[in-house]
Ligand binder design. Structure first.
Ligand code: SAM
Length: 256
């Protein structure tokens, strides 16, 4: 597995880790800890927590992305490879690189790739979304699914996405988002905060990691605010689509 050098490190400034305020320089290590803890149970927990709906959201991401043969995908925060596998299955002559800062997530993904005989079309890279170890203009498509809310400085990750995409390249982000209706948001919060950490305790014996996951979902900007951040990174024709009423959303932008 390829390995990137040092992660970016900034002292002094603070940021959020779920609902806690932490030093910016500490956040990546804490996020790494969460995903190292959950890696072996990550896929099953995803299915249980979302009652399988994350699969439909990832399929919707592929519908909008419309993979084509010959394209090179970079899937950042790609974890166990869900998005890359879908991309490759829709375009049998495409290739994908999965980058993640948590090696144990990639290890789970590599096992799945071997089982599905996809290894020869996939590259697995340990690295940081905020400092991608790739030259400018390298990829046709950039995806990040349920990853960007964990990144310490989201604008830096978006700038890196813009840099490594070829002109004419496209970014698609799948992330939890905000429900447009306060009543529904309240119901959803009740489910998230009461059920998910308990499920984490029972299935993965790890309540704290799942408490962080639900808190980080609540801290992520709403659809319009995030679309503006994507535009600020240089992307054009930025649009979004809500999924399941806005529990999640897809954002798309082009490097023209
Ligand atoms: C919730 S998982 C998503 C995995 C996969 N994309 C999916 O949709 O199932 C979030 C992933 O983001 C990764 N991650 C968080 N911050 C990162 C960063 N700065 N650079 C690269 N990966 C990061 C974590 O290691 C973790 O594997």
């Amino acid at each position: 597995m390829k390995r990137q050098g040092q992660m970016n490190d900034t002292t002094q400034k603070t940021t959020h880790f779920g609902f806690s305020e932490v030093a910016e320089s500490d956040k990546a290590g804490m996020v790494h800890g969460v995903f190292t803890n959950v890696a072996s149970k990550y896929d099953i927990m995803n299915d249980v927590m979302s009652v399988g709906v994350h699969r439909l959201w990832k399929d919707a991401m592929m519908d909008w992305l419309a993979p084509r043969n010959g394209q090179k995908l970079l899937d950042v925060a790609g974890g166990t490879g869900d998005v890359a596998f879908r991309f490759l299955s829709r375009a049998p002559a495409a290739s994908a690189t999965v980058l993640d800062m948590t090696e144990s997530m990639l290890v789970e993904g590599r096992k799945r790739a071997e089982a599905e005989a996809l290894s020869h079309r996939l590259d697995w890279v340990v690295g940081d979304a905020m400092a991608l170890p790739f030259p400018d203009n390298s990829f046709d498509r950039y995806t990040i699914s349920f990853g960007i809310r964990n990144v310490t400085r989201i604008p830096d990750a978006l700038k890196e996405a813009f840099r490594v995409l070829k002109p004419g390249g496209r970014l698609i982000v799948l992330e939890f988002s905000q429900l447009p209706n306060a009543g529904l948001q309240k119901l959803y919060d009740l489910y998230s905060f009461n059920v998910i950490p308990r499920m984490g305790q029972v299935i993965a014996n790890d309540r704290d990691s799942y408490q962080y996951l639900v808190e980080s979902i609540r801290k992520f900007p709403d659809q319009e605010t995030f679309a503006a951040m994507i535009r600020d990174a240089g992307f054009e024709n930025v649009k979004y689509r809500n999924l399941s009423l806005g529990i999640a959303a897809l954002h798309s932008g082009w490097k023209i």
